[in-house]
Design a binder for this molecule. Sequence first.
Ligand code: C2E
Ligand code: MG
Ligand code: MG
Ligand code: MG
Length: 279
Amino acid sequence: RAKAEGRNRFKVFNTRMLEDAIRLMDLENDLRAALKRGEFFLDYQPILALCDRRMTGFEALVRWRRPGKGVAPPNDFIPVAEDTGLIVPLGLWVLAEACRTMASWHERFPETRSMSMSVNLSAKQLAQPTLVEDVERVLRATGMDPRALKLEITETVIMDNPEVSILRLKRLKALGVRLSVDDFGTGYSSLSYLQRFPIDTLKVDRAFVSDIESSENRKIVGAVVALAHSLGLDVVAEGVELETQSDVLNGFACEAGQGFLFSRPVCREDVERLFGQGG
Ligand code: C2E
Ligand code: MG
Ligand code: MG
Ligand code: MG
């Protein structure tokens, strides 16, 4: 009996693993086809100066419109795209689309000319030896001003391979592009260590912002902003949802904020309607 149970358990375990593997392969095939069929699109979330609430830029966030299945958020498919390497062509498409959009806004809407476009880079993309050439090619093809492009990289990605990262990031900086550390505070690195990297902006993770009412977290965020400033970095707070959070951050002289308090990520047409009205 025990033997039979053991065998059954093994069978159950095995079936589930197989099902998982099949689901993953299905999703991989779907992703590959979606890229060919043009099912991905970008939303743009405004980033605002906290002192006067003026828009300083946008972050491009990818979405997948699945026929008959609605719109999938990035957390549903970016991990699989990363595991399968599909993130490399997908990420390149995102970069080109975001640059095309910003270049067109710069041309059509003068009030956007001082604004930047932030694009997320994944670990696999940073590991590509051709990354710098790819970015350079996209900038040239889209007519995007390199100084208006900000590439967001999480600290864990940078720490994966610090030597390669430093070199590659320096070459990206040489193109005129700016660099942000995304989700800061969720990894294990220290700011003093990050200082070795040619970074311009620190994005403080939403987790710290959402809990900023607690005196503990308030102290941590205040210290992070002050240290970032002393290292010559500017700071963007992620996930600002409440006026009180914005006030505390502004009190710390945190430069910018991004969050539902100001705007959700919106489609290209909505942004264009806003600027088209001269607003
Ligand atoms: P992220 O880069 O940290 O982007 C910010 C995420 O926080 C976005 O979620 C945004 O919608 C959400 N957010 C902004 N303000 C608020 C707020 O006030 N409250 C709450 N609760 N959430 C807020 P989204 O669009 O679902 O993206 C999730 C993650 O997926 C991104 O986190 C990023 O890591 C990844 N991602 C998105 N687009 C791309 C892409 O093109 N390439 C890569 N490699 N990753 C991407
Ligand atoms: Mg980001
Ligand atoms: Mg982020
Ligand atoms: Mg985040």
